[in-house]
Write a protein that binds this ligand. Structure first.
Ligand SMILES: Cc1cc2nc3c(=O)[nH]c(=O)nc-3n(C[C@H](O)[C@H](O)[C@H](O)COP(=O)(O)OP(=O)(O)OC[C@H]3O[C@@H](n4cnc5c(N)ncnc54)[C@H](O)[C@@H]3O)c2cc1C
Length: 577
């Protein structure tokens, strides 16, 4: 690696944006192959959102009951409401097993069965106990183990660096520009391969389980670079968010046997998914819960229901679900051993994202034309593995498996291609963003605009949607984008300028939120997590296709010519649980 610190210029084979599970897994693969890999992360690596994942990582190990990759495949297809690409799922379920054993060999302390094998628990929409777990801190142990491995293999880390622009020319990635949050200043990263593993975009909502860093910067950068996003209207609402906070109480609680009950103490899931009950897929449980609330059967007629763990007993709760117990106690002062916990749906997972093929190469159109040297993996990507609704525990697996694949492919790319020249003015775009925020004469502040966006996204773009609400949201976003042009920051300092950082994030939030709304307005059907009360049926004849969206001349342009990959043996059926 050549670093000329005076010019803040870094020449590195593979540059990886994001230190979550996807980014670290890719970096490890590149570094192990003898190439230089650098990870850029706006938060310290082990604070990446992956560390907050609780319940488990899915793989058909068959340690707790009969299971197979084929069963995993069918569950994932059905869970996706048939929008997922089945070739991607086939690759995923086969690689998943290897991914878990790799983690075991790296030293991940998985919870064990009596006879010493990796233990597995039940999770929503899975027909067999398939979630490999470490208590309810699975993401934490996976992330820490991977970080150690990356350090061992000399991955370079640029912690607390925020990427502000991609360096792309003639459909070839050449690197990127990032702002040093700690010291201030822009840095150029010149690379042969770039991975976007920036995580999800749940922070567009007020009530969300997502970390503060999940502001969709990766999807924002891709839009800005003139590339499309895919299936952005599909955002998962998790049924067990801690009331008002949105903080997640993992599905692991229901996997261990917890109930969800309404004001009458009724386990209402028996009306909506009689055989799977609380372990139906999340889109179904969230809709059922919201229906109970909307029809006045929330607790005391309010906008929440209860997650009841009491019958599991103190020992099981504290042994298997200690984090869930702590969260309820610390945030709501509810002792889950003795009392039921107030919950509501919370914006949780981004099924849509940056379109890519099975090799994790970013594509720029419905024909699958590749942008050379640009890759994506994890929640920022849309391969499309999860379709219209992700099954629990499939996303840690997605991040790790496709992170590994991305690392392999980036290595190949680096070996096959010399460094391409940087654009003539590599810093120009990033510098212009900063200058504008420092010099703007406007009186607007970024915080109230972000708040207005989040509150209204929760109000109008939630579990149930309709034309009128979404039309209102579209108009609100347009107004907020206008106001954003007048945003000025007060802090002109260099070090830890959070005023600047948050203003820059807001540009991304406003940009991709418009894509979500436009895609949701255009898709006149209900599928998976996208449920329209004005079009309540799934319409396979017309809508069994992906949404691609570009920003062109300030407007969102949609294209529906990218079909869904469906194998003859897995034709769409009615989804019953
Ligand atoms: C509370 C919670 C619990 C969950 N539990 C489970 C579970 O049990 N099982 C499961 O399968 N899934 C679970 N999920 C989902 C899963 O955790 C995520 O989908 C997955 O961890 C995403 O990993 P990632 O590597 O794509 O992104 P993340 O872990 O979100 O990492 C994103 C990275 O990108 C960096 N970044 C972002 N923007 C920039 C920028 N502009 N510049 C530089 N760096 C940037 C961040 O610093 C961070 O390092 C859970 C999700 C939540 C919210």
């Amino acid at each position: 690696m050549k670093i000329d610190e005076a010019r803040n210029y870094h020449k590195i084979d593979a540059v990886i944006v994001g230190a979550g599970l996807a980014g670290l897994r890719a970096a490890l693969e590149v570094a192990k192959s003898g190439l230089t890999a650098a990870v850029i992360s706006k938060v310290y690596p082990t604070r990446s959102h992956s560390g907050g994942a609780q319940g488990g990582i899915a793989a058909a190990l068959a340690n707790a009951a009969e299971d197979s990759p084929q069963m995993h495949m069918f569950d994932t297809i059905k869970g996706s409401d048939y929008l997922a690409d089945q070739d991607i799922i086939e690759l995923f379920v086969n690689e998943a097993i290897k991914t878990v054993y790799e983690f075991e060999h790296m030293g991940v302390p998985f919870s064990r069965t009596e006879d010493g094998r990796i233990n597995q628990r039940a999770f929503g929409g899975h027909s067999s106990p398939r979630a490999c777990f470490a208590q309810d801190v699975t993401g934490h142990v996976l992330l820490h183990t991977l970080y150690e491995q990356c350090l061992k293999h000399n991955v370079f880390f640029f912690n607390e660096f925020q990427v502000l622009s991609l360096l792309l020319e003639n459909d070839v990635a050449r690197g990127l520009v990032a702002w040093d949050i700690r010291a201030g200043g822009l840095h150029i990263f010149h690379a042969r391969a770039v991975l976007l593993a920036t995580g999800g975009y749940g922070r567009a909502w007020k009530v969300t389980s997502n970390a503060h860093a999940n502001t969709g910067d990766g999807v924002g950068l891709v839009l800005e670079a003139g590339l499309p996003l895919e299936d952005m209207e599909f955002v998962q609402f998790h049924p067990t968010g801690l009331y008002k906070h949105g903080i997640l109480l993992s599905e692991a609680a229901r996997g261990e046997g917890a109930y969800i009950v309404n004001d009458q103490g009724e386990r209402f899931m028996k009306k909506y998914a009689a055989s799977k009950m609380e372990l139906a897929p999340r889109d179904i449980v969230s809709r059922s819960e919201q229906t109970e609330i909307n029809e006045g059967r929330g607790i005391g007629g309010k906008d929440y229901v209860y997650l009841d763990l009491r019958h599991l007993g103190k020992e099981k709760i504290l042994q298997r679900l200690p984090q869930i117990y702590d969260l309820a106690l610390n945030y709501l002062k509810v002792d889950a051993v003795k009392e039921p916990v107030p919950i509501q749906p919370t914006a949780h997972y981004s099924m849509g994202g940056i379109p890519a093929n099975a090799r994790t190469e970013v594509i720029k159109d419905a024909k699958g034309t590749v942008v050379r040297g640009l890759y994506t993996a994890g929640e920022a990507s849309c391969l499309s593995l999860h379709g219209a609704n992700r099954l629990g525990c499939n996303s840690l697996q997605d991040a790790a498996t496709f992170g590994r694949i991305a690392g392999i492919r980036m290595g190949e790319c680096c070996r096959e291609n010399a460094y391409s020249d940087l654009p003539a003015e590599p810093l120009a775009k990033a510098q212009a963003k900063i200058d504008r925020l420092k010099q703007a004469p406007g009186k607007e502040k970024h915080a109230p605009i972000r708040e207005e966006l989040q509150v209204n996204m929760t109000k109008y773009m939630g579990v149930f949607r309709n034309e009128g609400d979404m039309g209102k949201m579209k108009a609100i976003i347009k107004q907020l984008q206008e106001r954003y042009r007048m945003v000025a920051i007060d802090d002109h300092g260099a070090a830890f300028n959070l005023d600047l950082i948050e203003a820059l994030e807001l540009e991304n939030l406003l940009s991709f939120s418009e894509v979500i709304v436009e895609g949701a307005l255009a898709r006149k059907e209900s599928r998976g997590a996208h449920f329209r009360t004005d079009f309540p049926k799934r319409e396979d004849g017309q809508w069994l296709k992906h949404t691609l969206a570009w920003r062109r001349d300030g407007k969102i342009v949609l294209d529906f010519s990218k079909g869904v990959v469906i194998f003859p043996q897995y034709q769409p059926q009615e989804r019953k649980y």
